[in-house]
Design a binder for this molecule. Structure first.
Ligand SMILES: C[S@@+](CC[C@H](N)C(=O)[O-])C[C@H]1O[C@@H](n2cnc3c(N)ncnc32)[C@H](O)[C@@H]1O
Length: 571
C-alpha cells in the first residue's frame, strides 16, 4: 500500500465525505439548526432496522464460519452458516396466477393473503446500538497508513451507511412535516379566532390543503371541547364537519366514515384511517412440513432477501424487509417451503390450536393459507376438510395444497351453510368468513367507497348462518376439541361481535380465550346494544396499533350438541 492506496482512500473520503456533509446540511436546513446546535456528520441518527440475520458480527462473515443469531427462541437452533453469495434467478411463478392478490376476484377478503407488498418497516434502532456512534469503529484513514484494504472497505461501508441514514432521516423529517398538520397541541397549531369563525364557510372552494388544516383545527377543538368550543356550533356540528373533510381527504364514502367514527375517538379514527392507507409488512410463513425456519432464512438470505423472524408469538413467520428477487418466484417458494401470508392470517390458526389426528373443517378455505397452516401444525396427520363455496377459488386452494406437500386434506365445494347436514362430529372448525374487508383497505382501496349499510347487513346475515352451521359441524363431546374459531378481516361490529352474540343465543357455546398474547378485547357495548360480556375474550387487531391488517378472532367452546330452544331465528 503506497501512495496509490492513500490517494484511493483520500478519493473515497472526498466522495463519501462530501455526500455525508451535503446530507447533514440538508437536515440542518430542514431542522433550522445552526451554529452549535447544528448537526455534525458524526451525530448518531436513528436508522431503518436491518435484519437480525443481516446484523452479524463482521469477523464471523467468512465462508464456512457459523454465527449464532442473537435472538429468537423457536425450536430451531438458529445457527447460520455464512456462505452468502448473492446468486439468484428471476423466475416467474406458475402459482402467481392463482395466488395474486390482484387476480380477477373482486372481493377484498379474497386478496387477504399473498399480498406481495413490501414492508416499509418503521422499526428502528440507534446508530449507537450498532457501534457507529462516538467514533467507535472509525479509522482515521489519512493518518493511519497501516489500514488494510479490508478495513478500508468497512470504512467505506460505514460511510455509505451514514449517508443512507442521513437520507433516511431526511425522508423521515419530510414525513413528519406533512404529518405535523394533524398534530394536536402543537405550538404552531394554536387556533386563531378568525380560523374558528371561517371554519364553517366556503366549503366547495376548499382545497385539499385547506381541508387537511381544518381537520387539524377541528381535532383540537373536539379534543379540548370545554376550552376551545366556539359557542356557536355544537359538538356534533364540528364532528360532521370533521367527517366530511376526512371522507374528502381520504376518499371514503359517508357510510364507512360514520361507522369508523362510531368505533374510535376522532384522533384514533384518523390514526386508523392513515394506517389503513399504508401497506403492511410482507410476511411469509415457513412450511414446517418441508423445511425449518432457520434453513429457509438461510436459503433466502443467500438469494439477497433481507429478513427477520416475525414476532415472538410466531414460530413460523418471517418478515421480508427487502428482496432482490421476486418473493413469489424463488425456488424455495416453488418447492413449497413457504406461503406468502399476512401476519394477521396466522392468528385464527393459533387460536384454533389444531392437534394431531383430529378431524378439522376449514369452512371457507380458499386460497388455503390457513388450511395449509392447520395441516402443518397437525404434521399431516388426521383429516382437514377444506371447503369453499366458489369453484373458481378451489383451484388456488388445490394448487397450494400440492405445492406445500399437504397430504391430509379433503377438498370440497359446498355452501358452508349446508355443510352441517353433510359433515358432523368434527373436533374443530375454522370459519374464516367472507366479509366487507374493512380491515384490509391497504390491499383494496375500493372498499372505501363500495360498502354501504345494506352490504354489511347482508354479510352479517350470511356470517350468522355460516357460524351456526360451523357450530353444528362440531362435536361437543370431542375428546380433544369441541372448538370453533370465527375470524374476519373486517373491523365492523356488525360482522364480528354481533355475529358471535347472535350464535351464543342460538347454540350451546361459550366464548373462551384465544390465547393470543396481544390484541384488543372484543366490544361489548355498541350503539346502545349490549353484547355478552364474554365477548371481551375475543381479539381485535388494528393496523394503527399492531401494524397488521384489521382482523377479528373469536374462539368458541361447544358445550352441548343441538340447538337452544325459545329463540327466534332471524338473520
Ligand atoms: C376470507 S376468504 C378465506 C381465506 C382463507 N381462509 C385463507 O386463509 O386462505 C373467505 C372465503 O369464503 C368463501 N365463501 C364465500 N361464501 C361462502 C359460503 N357460503 N360458504 C363457504 N365459503 C364461502 C369465499 O369464496 C372465500 O374464499
Amino acid at each position: 500500500m503506497g501512495g496509490t492506496g492513500r490517494s484511493k482512500r483520500a478519493k473515497r473520503i472526498r466522495k463519501f465525505g462530501t455526500g455525508v456533509q451535503e446530507s447533514v446540511r440538508i437536515v440542518n436546513k430542514k431542522l433550522k439548526l445552526s451554529g452549535e446546535d447544528a448537526l455534525q456528520p458524526d451525530v448518531p441518527f436513528r436508522r431503518k432496522k436491518r435484519s437480525t440475520f443481516e446484523r452479524r458480527p463482521k469477523q464471523n462473515l467468512k465462508p464456512g464460519k457459523k454465527t449464532v443469531v442473537d435472538r429468537q427462541e423457536d425450536d430451531d437452533d438458529d445457527v447460520l452458516t455464512e456462505d452468502e453469495n448473492h446468486a439468484y434467478e428471476s423466475v416467474d411463478s406458475p402459482f402467481d396466477a392463482v395466488e395474486s392478490p390482484n387476480s380477477e376476484d373482486s372481493e377484498p377478503w379474497e386478496r387477504e393473503d399473498e399480498d406481495g407488498t413490501f414492508s416499509d418497516s418503521s422499526a428502528v434502532e440507534t446508530a449507537e446500538e450498532n457501534g457507529l456512534a462516538n467514533g467507535e469503529g472509525k479509522i482515521d484513514l489519512l493518518e493511519d497508513s497501516s489500514v488494510d484494504e479490508e478495513r478500508e472497505e468497512e470504512m467505506e461501508e460505514l460511510e455509505i451507511e451514514k449517508e443512507n441514514r442521513l437520507l433516511e432521516d431526511e425522508r423521515r423529517l419530510e414525513e413528519e412535516e406533512s404529518k405535523a398538520e394533524f398534530t394536536l397541541n402543537d405550538a404552531d397549531n394554536v387556533i386563531q379566532t378568525e380560523q374558528l369563525e371561517n371554519l364553517f364557510h366556503n366549503d366547495i372552494h376548499r382545497s385539499l390543503t385547506d381541508r387537511k388544516s381544518r381537520i387539524s383545527i377541528v381535532l383540537q377543538v373536539l379534543s379540548d371541547w370545554k376550552n376551545r368550543k366556539d359557542g356557536t356550533h355544537s359538538r356534533s356540528e364540528f364532528l360532521s364537519l370533521l367527517q366530511s373533510d376526512v371522507s374528502y381527504v381520504y376518499g371514503y364514502n359517508t357510510f364507512l366514515i360514520e361507522e369508523f367514527f362510531r368505533m374510535f375517538s376522532p384522533v384514533e379514527c384518523i390514526e386508523f384511517i392513515e394506517a389503513s392507507d399504508k401497506p403492511r409488512p410482507l410476511v411469509i410463513r415457513t412450511n414446517t412440513l418441508k423445511t425449518k425456519r432457520r434453513q429457509l432464512a438461510q436459503a433466502l438470505i443467500s438469494r439477497g432477501v433481507n429478513i427477520d423472524p416475525l414476532e415472538k408469538w410466531s414460530k413460523e413467520g418471517l418478515v421480508v424487509y427487502e428482496s432482490r428477487v421476486p418473493i413469489g418466484a424463488t425456488p424455495e417458494y416453488l418447492a413449497g417451503h413457504y406461503m406468502i401470508q399476512a401476519s394477521s392470517s396466522f392468528l385464527p390458526v393459533l387460536a384454533l390450536a389444531p392437534q394431531e389426528n383430529e378431524k378439522i373443517l376449514d369452512m371457507a378455505a380458499s386460497p388455503g393459507g390457513k388450511t395449509t397452516f392447520i395441516s402443518a401444525r397437525m404434521h399431516n396427520t388426521g383429516i382437514v376438510y377444506a371447503n369453499d363455496a366458489k369453484a373458481d377459488r378451489i383451484k388456488s386452494l388445490v394448487a397450494n395444497i400440492h405445492r406445500l406437500g399437504v397430504e391430509n386434506t379433503i377438498v370440497s365445494c359446498y355452501d358452508g351453510r349446508k355443510l352441517a347436514s353433510i359433515l358432523q362430529g368434527l373436533d374443530r372448525v375454522l370459519l374464516d368468513a367472507p366479509c366487507s374487508g374493512t380491515g384490509i383497505i391497504s390491499h383494496d382501496p375500493s372498499v372505501k367507497t363500495s360498502r354501504e349499510w345494506n352490504d354489511i347487513q347482508k354479510n352479517s346475515s350470511i356470517q350468522k348462518q355460516l357460524l351456526l352451521s360451523a357450530i353444528d359441524c362440531c362435536n361437543a363431546h370431542s375428546k380433544t376439541g369441541g372448538i370453533i374459531v370465527y375470524s374476519t378481516c373486517s373491523v365492523l361490529v356488525e360482522e364480528n361481535e354481533a355475529v358471535i352474540d347472535y350464535c351464543l343465543k342460538h347454540r350451546f357455546v361459550k366464548v373462551v380465550s384465544c390465547e393470543i398474547p396481544f390484541g384488543m378485547p372484543g366490544i361489548t357495548k355498541y350503539r346502545g346494544r349490549q353484547f355478552h360480556s364474554s365477548l371481551q375474550e375475543a381479539r381485535r387487531f388494528f393496523p394503527h396499533i399492531h401494524n397488521m391488517d384489521g382482523f377479528f378472532v373469536c374462539k368458541l367452546k361447544k358445550l352441548k350438541n343441538g340447538k337452544r330452544k325459545n329463540t327466534t331465528t332471524t338473520f
